[in-house]
Design a protein around this ligand. Structure first.
Ligand code: B12
Length: 245
């Protein structure tokens, strides 16, 4: 059974975070102004981490745009334009990480994608960049990856973590199929499921044991800290040491 959770307090917190810079950022996204949007992010980068920029600037901005769209204050075209600029800004925040990109054989490995027909991928992209920042070997497949192709990739690449995202309630059956398929995998990779609905519903009943539902970047941070305590290679040891303490 999927249990509904209260979303009011979350949205109040989001609105409180919308200070002047955040409003300027929303305006720049909606104006399709790549330069101004990037400038706002670059200024913030002076005293904020990537995590803070994603959590306190970009995520609230996109949620705010969703509310404006729902209230018919902006058009579908405005929202698409804002999405494109947001995607550009995220790519820029990933750019400098390319210098320290892990080799295709390095561990630990994590793959990211959205379930079939799910086109909301900006949140997933942020998460994949945060994994890259922590020196994970990342493969980011963006959106709409059918289950048989996911399973082929898992078999071939053998990731330690499979991260998937979904945003629309009517994708729950698809999500359940993916999770069932992962529970049958021999290597038992850890599965992380994220997306806006995790805040509102308790999905634990559809997740096999190695699945963790993560509602936001704060929870991801907790997961990273826990993972660091239990995994030695690439973080505190060398790549050939055991990954289990
Ligand atoms: C931009 C946008 C789009 C873009 C998608 C752009 C893209 N490439 O991602 C486009 C235009 C394609 C789109 C299409 C649609 N959309 Co839309 N969209 C949005 C909007 C405004 C922002 C989404 C976003 O980027 N949010 C910001 C990110 C950062 O937040 P997030 O996804 O929650 O991710 C965070 C966490 O959830 C978590 N997380 C996410 N994934 C993962 C994965 C892992 C592994 C982990 C650990 C964590 C994690 O970390 C992230 C970082 O903070 C939302 C509003 C909203 N509230 O989100 C509506 C929204 C989601 N869309 C909505 C709808 C209805 C649609 C359409 C059905 C519209 C239509 N009629 O065509 C289509 C469906 C398309 C499809 N088949 O998927 C509704 C859904 C309503 C509902 N009740 O289900 C919303 C809520 C708008 C609204 N208020 O009505 N959309």
């Amino acid at each position: 059974m999927i249990i509904y959770k209260n979303e009011d307090s979350f949205y109040k917190r989001v609105m409180l975070l919308m200070d002047t810079t955040n409003r300027a950022f929303v305006e720049a996204l909606l104006a399709g102004d790549h330069a101004r949007s990037l400038q706002i992010v670059t200024i913030r980068q002076g005293n904020c981490s990537r995590f803070e920029i994603y959590n306190e600037l970009i995520t609230p901005a996109m949620y705010d745009i969703g509310v404006m769209w729902q209230k018919n204050e902006i058009t579908v075209a405005d929202e698409h334009l804002a999405t494109a600029v947001c995607d550009f800004v995220l790519t820029q925040t990933e750019f400098e990480l390319l210098q320290q990109s892990a080799s295709p054989y390095a561990t630990p490995k994590a793959m990211f994608f959205t379930v079939e027909d799910e086109h909301h991928y900006l949140g997933l992209k942020m998460v994949s960049i945060l994994f890259r920042e922590k020196h994970w070997n990342v493969k980011y497949y963006q959106s709409n990856l059918p289950i048989d192709h996911v399973l082929k990739e898992v078999e071939r690449w053998k990731p330690n973590v499979i991260g998937l995202s979904f945003s629309l309630a009517y994708r729950i059956d698809e999500l359940t199929d993916y999770l069932k398929a992962f529970s049958k995998l021999e290597d038992k990779p850890e599965v992380l499921v994220g997306g806006r609905l995790i805040k509102n519903y308790d999905f634990s009943s559809i997740g096999p044991p190695q699945t963790t539902f993560i509602q936001d970047l704060d929870e991801l941070q907790i997961w990273f800290n826990k993972d660091k305590q239990t995994r030695r290679d690439e973080f505190d040891g060398t790549s050939t040491t055991s990954s289990v303490v």
